[in-house]
Structure formats: structure tokens, C-alpha cells
Design a protein around this ligand. Structure first.
Ligand SMILES: *[C@@H]1O[C@H](CO)[C@@H](O)[C@H](O)[C@H]1NC(C)=O
Ligand SMILES: *[C@@H]1O[C@H](CO)[C@@H](O)[C@H](O)[C@H]1NC(C)=O
Length: 204
């Protein structure tokens, strides 16, 4: 009896947390942000590392996230997200395909094509439209995704770097870009990356 009560309390609590995250992002529909001028997909391709993010990832996959973008012949990006697992070292947690949208190449429609266990894939941001709000191609990128939920919307911010660390002036540029579109940089959390080079060579 007590066990059941406990479990029920836990699931209500989880639901409440989930609800809070959705409602927290904002009321009304997703805002629309200006497109990047002359976004160049080829220059955006290559290896990126996660610097900061606004969303929660489960412990199992939460550290040392890297993203490989490979341009294919159809002008899409093949996306390969890797993270460090506690148990098995490097782990590919998600594979997908990002297609530039017709109206705006800096807005990418992302589809997950992973054949990996759902259990792992679901911990990463899923399918949807990801907009590159700002990037200089060589050091940082600011990505944003938003989903409408009736009267509210939920969005996520993802900051990538070409290296595992962003220099102070690049970080200022990132925060300025967020500020320009009124996204709150306070929402960003620093992943606990620890020693990432231990897991895999940076040159691979
Ligand atoms: C995109 O960047 C690549 C590599 O720098 C360059 O060769 C290409 O001309 C650029 N494409 C456009 C449309 O500017
Ligand atoms: C990180 O790992 C590398 C390779 O194993 C090692 O040489 C380096 O000392 C480690 N750094 C820290 C801060 O633990």
C-alpha cells in the first residue's frame, strides 16, 4: 500500500516537473526570429561541440556531447550526435538528417533516423525545426528550436562551439545574439563535461 502511494506521488511529481518545463518557456505562439543572411550550409558542416544548453539531458548521456554534420549530395546535413556514456565510453546517441527549409536555409528541418534503442535516443532533442540564429562558422553557433503547445510554447537553446571551450569574447557575442531576440541566457546550463579528451581524440 505504502509502495503504491509512493510511486503515485513520484509520477505526479515527475508530471508536474514536465508541465512546469513546458509552461515555463512562454505563453502564446513561438516567436519568429529573423533569418540569417546568406547562410552557408557547407561552412556550417563539420564537427561541433556542445558548449551550453537550456534543456535537461539524462545523466547517462549528458556529458561531452559532440555533433558531426556532413553535407550530402542532396544539400542536406547528416547529423551524428555523440556523447559520453558512463558505462561504455563514447556512444553515438542519435543520428539524423537536417534539411534546409526552402524559405530559409538557416532553418533546418530535423528528422531522427537513429536505429539505436529508443531509450537512448529519447534523451536528446528530437525531430523538429532548428533555426541557426547566429554563427560565425568558425567558432560558435546559436541554435534554437520551438514547438507550439496550444496556448503555450516550449523552446530550447543550444550553443555549439568548434572547440570544447568558447573564448570570452565569443561568449559575449553569443549572449548578445540571444539578447537581440530576447532569449534569456540565464536559462543556459553548463554541461558537466569534465575531461572529454579522455574519451576520444579530438582529431577523429
Ligand atoms: C559556401 O562556402 C563555401 C566554402 O567556404 C564556398 O566555396 C561557397 O562558394 C559558399 N557558397 C555560397 C553560396 O556562398
Ligand atoms: C584528461 O585526460 C588526458 C588523457 O587521458 C590526460 O592526459 C589529462 O591529464 C586529463 N586531464 C585532467 C584535467 O584530468
Amino acid at each position: 500500500m505504502v509502495m503504491i502511494e509512493k510511486r503515485r506521488t513520484a509520477s505526479i511529481l515527475l508530471f508536474a516537473i514536465f508541465l512546469k518545463q513546458i509552461v515555463c518557456s512562454g505563453f502564446g505562439k513561438c516567436p519568429k526570429f529573423a533569418y540569417m543572411d546568406n547562410f552557408n550550409l557547407s561552412r556550417f558542416a563539420g564537427r561541433w561541440y556542445e558548449i551550453e544548453r537550456s534543456f535537461y539531458l539524462a545523466q547517462v548521456v549528458s556529458s561531452c556531447v559532440s555533433i558531426d554534420l556532413t553535407e550530402n549530395t542532396k544539400g542536406q546535413l547528416e547529423v551524428d550526435v555523440k556523447a559520453r556514456s558512463r558505462w561504455s565510453g563514447t556512444l553515438t546517441v542519435s543520428e539524423g538528417l537536417a534539411s534546409p527549409t526552402k524559405r530559409d536555409p538557416s532553418k533546418l528541418a530535423y528528422k531522427v533516423v537513429t536505429k539505436l534503442p529508443r531509450m537512448l535516443g529519447q534523451y536528446l532533442p528530437g525531430a523538429g525545426a532548428y533555426q541557426v540564429i547566429d554563427t560565425d562558422y568558425d567558432s560558435y553557433a546559436v541554435l534554437w528550436s520551438c514547438t507550439n503547445y496550444g496556448l503555450a510554447h516550449t523552446d530550447l537553446i543550444w550553443i555549439w562551439g568548434r572547440q570544447r571551450e568558447l573564448s570570452a569574447d565569443r561568449r559575449i557575442q553569443v549572449y548578445k545574439s540571444l539578447d537581440d531576440v530576447r532569449l534569456d541566457s540565464e536559462r543556459l546550463i553548463l554541461p558537466r563535461n569534465g575531461n572529454c579528451s579522455e574519451t576520444w581524440g579530438d582529431g577523429d
